[in-house]
Design a protein around this ligand. Structure first.
Ligand code: ZN
Length: 127
C-alpha cells in the first residue's frame, strides 16, 4: 500500500518497523537497517516532526514532511540545502545557501532534521 493512501485526513499515516524500512528503501529496493531508521525517527520525534502512536507499535509520519513534492530529485530544496547529485544510494551532495557543499543522507533532509550545512562559522549571525 502506498504511504499516501494510508494517510488519514490529518495527513498522518502509521507504519510498523518493516513497513518503515520499505518506505525508506532506495530505488534498487535495498532497505536500510532498522537501527538507522529508528535513529532518524527518534530525532524526528524530538523535533516534533512525527508522532509516536501511544496505542500501537506504530509511529505516525507526516507524509508532507517526509515526501515533499519531487522527492528526491536534483534541484530539490530542503531549507538552505539544494540537492546537486546522488553520490551513493540515499546519499546526496548538497549545496548550502552559504556556498558550502557537503553530503547528507536523504532521510535527514526529507524528515527536516537537517536544513543546512553544519558550517557554524558561515551561519553565525552577524552582529
Ligand atoms: Zn551552509
Amino acid at each position: 500500500m502506498l504511504a499516501a493512501e494510508r494517510a488519514d485526513r490529518t495527513g498522518l499515516a502509521g507504519f510498523d518497523d518493516g513497513e518503515l524500512r520499505d518506505l525508506f528503501a532506495d530505488e534498487a529496493g535495498k532497505r536500510p537497517d532498522s537501527k538507522a531508521i529508528w535513529h532518524v525517527l527518534r530525532l524526528a520525534v524530538k523535533s516534533g516532526l512525527v508522532m509516536p502512536d501511544p496505542t500501537t507499535e506504530e509511529i505516525r509520519l507526516d507524509l508532507a514532511m517526509i515526501q515533499p513534492e519531487g522527492f528526491p530529485e536534483v534541484g530539490a530544496v530542503y531549507g538552505d540545502l539544494t540537492l546537486v547529485r546522488e553520490v551513493a544510494a540515499g546519499t546526496w551532495l548538497c549545496k548550502c545557501a552559504c556556498g558550502s557543499a557537503r553530503t547528507f543522507r536523504i532521510e535527514y533532509l526529507t524528515t527536516g532534521i537537517t536544513s543546512r550545512c553544519n558550517n557554524a562559522s558561515k551561519h553565525r549571525p552577524v552582529a
